[in-house]
Design a protein around this ligand. Structure first.
Ligand code: NAG
Ligand code: NAG
Ligand code: NAG
Ligand code: NAG
Length: 378
């Protein structure tokens, strides 16, 4: 196992060093250097190799308290059912992975250089992008963090432009060492800069150095082990909430299986296991912060994209994007509610994107907050 992970880490290093090579001699059609072009071809072979049969060890247990109550079963907000059409699952023993094209890799290369899809783990005034608006919970109040769950309201944002992205998510973060900022993120994104279209997609990401040289979104590099035959990371999700109308969302759960130590990602009330990050991938655990909210990115010359539903939190129910029923897994592997008062709001550009107060919205929704902002904020 250790050897595999070592190879994995070396592969990652190689991939990202490849991305950072200086430019010698541009290849014509896409302005890549010849070295970069070869490197991308190599990665494509690696990522799109034929599916092989694998034996997957399912987690042996879930954190205590997960199935105690199903808060959303009593609300008008619906957890969506998504998947490949017509029960069109993969042959037994194989799993679907969104096929990565050369264009995808070139786009991602650009998006990593210019737009770090990270939450605010440190104050870094030199980066004008991305902009974020999140609530943050810290280990000083919560102890070590071994998992997170939440209901993330789901919106379409077709107005996100080619050079932009807009993500609504939950992040597990360890930022205790500046050069080893470990992050897991799960949620949804509209990211033409990554996928080449403006669909709302299920996404997850990881890094061990704040996206400097390691990590990636979905399965665009080794790290996340896709297990679900129905739900590959990067899949477009529907139905989407309508402004002023019916609301939909994702029930996300990330937890550490105490036996295999893998960090599993599960989606939906029926509990589809999407896949896992091997514990050995990470260098600074447990996580010491959880972040909930939105992050957007845009290139310097472009306008700003919308965040959340594209409306300010002040508009409230059925109009602003919300995150509710947030919980975390503590060191005893118990699910804990996030009490009011343990989350603090942070925004990098308050006039354009912000989070509303964390408050209790009756028994139906539990504790929740609204967040976001419109596009083209000056
Ligand atoms: C390639 O470079 C040329 C000149 O620097 C530029 O006009 C063009 O937009 C670039 N193409 C791509 C795909 O980046
Ligand atoms: C949920 O829907 C029912 C009718 O379908 C309505 O009576 C109730 O007020 C709704 N609850 C909320 C919180 O919107
Ligand atoms: C979003 O995608 C649709 C369908 O491809 C397209 O018609 C529309 O122009 C796109 N929006 C933007 C802002 O690019
Ligand atoms: C939100 O929408 C639901 C149904 O779509 C409706 O029952 C409810 O009254 C709405 N709530 C508000 C505050 O508009």
């Amino acid at each position: 196992m250790y050897a595999i992970v070592k190879v994995l880490k070396m592969m990652l290093l190689f991939i990202f060093v490849g991305f950072l090579l200086p430019s010698f001699g541009l290849s014509v059609e896409n302005n890549l250097t010849i070295d970069e072009d070869l490197e991308i071809e190599r990665q494509l072979k690696l990522l799109n190799k034929p599916a092989i049969k694998t034996i997957v060890l399912r987690p042996n247990s879930y954190p205590d308290g997960l199935f105690d109550d199903d808060i959303l079963s009593s609300t008008n907000v619906t957890s969506i059912e998504i998947g490949l059409k017509d029960g069109n699952t993969c042959p037994s023993g194989t799993v679907p992975i969104r096929r990565v094209s050369k264009d995808d890799l070139i786009r991602m290369r650009t998006s990593f250089k210019n737009m770090k899809m990270n939450p605010p783990v440190k104050n870094d005034e030199t980066h004008v992008q991305p902009q974020w608006a999140v609530h943050i919970g810290r280990s000083e109040e919560l102890g070590g963090l071994y998992g997170v769950s939440a209901f993330i309201n789901l919106y379409g944002l077709p107005q996100v432009m080619q050079t932009q992205f807009s993500t609504s998510a939950a992040w597990l973060v360890n930022n205790l060492k500046e050069d080893q900022i470990n992050i897991i993120s799960v949620g949804w994104t509209v990211s033409p800069v990554t996928y080449g279209d403006n669909k709302t997609r299920l996404t997850a990401g990881w890094t061990i150095d704040n996206f400097q040289k390691t990590g990636c979104q979905d399965t665009s590099c080794p790290g996340f082990v896709q297990v679900s035959k129905k739900l590959p990371l990067g899949i477009a999700v529907t139905p989407l909430s309508t402004y002023g109308g019916k609301q939909y969302g994702l029930n996300i759960l990330v937890f550490k299986d105490p036996y295999s130590k893998n960090w599993w990602f599960r989606l939906g009330k029926d509990g589809e296991l999407i896949g896992y990050w091997p514990n050995e991938l990470f260098t600074a655990l447990p996580f010491n912060q959880i972040h909930f909210g939105g992050v957007v990115g845009y290139s310097e010359n472009s306008k700003k994209p919308p965040m959340g539903s594209g409306h300010f939190p002040i508009e409230g129910t059925n109009k602003s994007c919300f995150i509710s029923t947030m919980r975390y897994v503590n060191v005893e592997n118990n699910f804990q509610e996030l009490e009011l008062g343990v989350l603090s709001p942070h925004s990098s550009l308050q006039k354009c994107y912000y989070v509303g107060p964390y408050f209790h919205q009756g028994d139906e929704f539990g504790n929740m907050f609204f967040f976001g902002g419109p596009e083209n904020c000056p």
